[in-house]
Ligand binder design. Sequence first.
Ligand SMILES: NC(=O)c1ccc[n+]([C@@H]2O[C@H](COP(=O)([O-])OP(=O)(O)OC[C@H]3O[C@@H](n4cnc5c(N)ncnc54)[C@H](O)[C@@H]3O)[C@@H](O)[C@H]2O)c1
Ligand SMILES: [Zn+2]
Ligand SMILES: [Zn+2]
Length: 324
Amino acid sequence: MVEVLTAEVPPLAEGEVRVSVTYCGVCGTDLHMLRLAEHVGLVLGHEIAGVVAEVGPGVAGGWRIGERVAVLPMAECGQCDACRDGGGVCFAGLMQGPGQGRQGGFADSVALPSQMLVRVPDGLSDVAAAIAEPLAVAVRAVNRSTARPDDAVCVLGAGPIGCMTVVALQARSFRNVLVVEPNAARAETARSLGVTTCSSGEAADVAERVLGRQPRVVIDCTGHPSGGELGISLLPQSGHLVVVGATRAPVTADFWSVTIKELTVTGSLAYSRKDFDEALDDLASGRIPVQRIVTSIRPLDEANAVMQELSSERASEIKVLLRP
Ligand SMILES: NC(=O)c1ccc[n+]([C@@H]2O[C@H](COP(=O)([O-])OP(=O)(O)OC[C@H]3O[C@@H](n4cnc5c(N)ncnc54)[C@H](O)[C@@H]3O)[C@@H](O)[C@H]2O)c1
Ligand SMILES: [Zn+2]
Ligand SMILES: [Zn+2]
């Protein structure tokens, strides 16, 4: 479980900025971390919006107290191929993020290296800034898919990541989107975003009927071992499967079809700085229905109850923000 405690605020280290947290979103990753004993003592939370409260020694970037920030929860190492390439994802950097490799944002304030801070444009609300991180996951998945707006796209899974993927597609003018979701409450949530949904068994038939053809791109946001297999079965010749949902369970997949249909299978992990900036641009442009995505805002004191509720099969929330 999580406990809300009173703790000393440690002094800032070289290069760190203290961010007073306005909102911090609860993510499936937080729920997963909660189940792992090795994270006892860690403050969770990486979907952070806040205000600069204190600037530590040796901080570059001209940060001033009172500036509003979103947090790119990644300490890019600058050395790896991904960092040098610019558009890649620095895995070591991700592991150093708040709520993962350092104390996170389910707190009144959080100390962060200044490189993790991104200025929030005027006119973009703090609530919107708090969903930049999960939206960036979806933006990367769409970008990795090479899909074009006139393509038919199928999103597997209507959890928070699937729903973010839907709105990222809609913001890019995709109109032929079908969501496959077996859980009725989750499916209804996806329909509130204006897409058609169906169950896994109906997917092939409904795709033909609703999209008018097989989807050229499938984005698997299920995290379920059956997602990849379903995606491969739905795709036509030269189709593209993007795997966002992570599962360590062994997967059975029809690789005969991968060859015969010349499919492309691509993983998509988190985001690069470029994807994060693109997500902020999407939010700033008003193309993302923030009020539909943020389904509730709860006090930080209720963190434990919120996390229990979100762990339930019936949870139909898309994004819950905690407010310290
Ligand atoms: N690649 C990344 O960077 C990244 C980032 C964040 C989360 N994730 C992963 O993405 C996955 C989705 O995250 P989430 O928070 O939305 O999870 P979630 O578990 O809340 O949602 C997954 C949804 O998929 C549905 N589902 C299960 N099997 C299905 C099937 N065969 N067909 C269609 N739908 C099916 C479930 O009913 C559920 O609603 C998780 O595995 C998570 O770990 C990956
Ligand atoms: Zn997250
Ligand atoms: Zn790196």
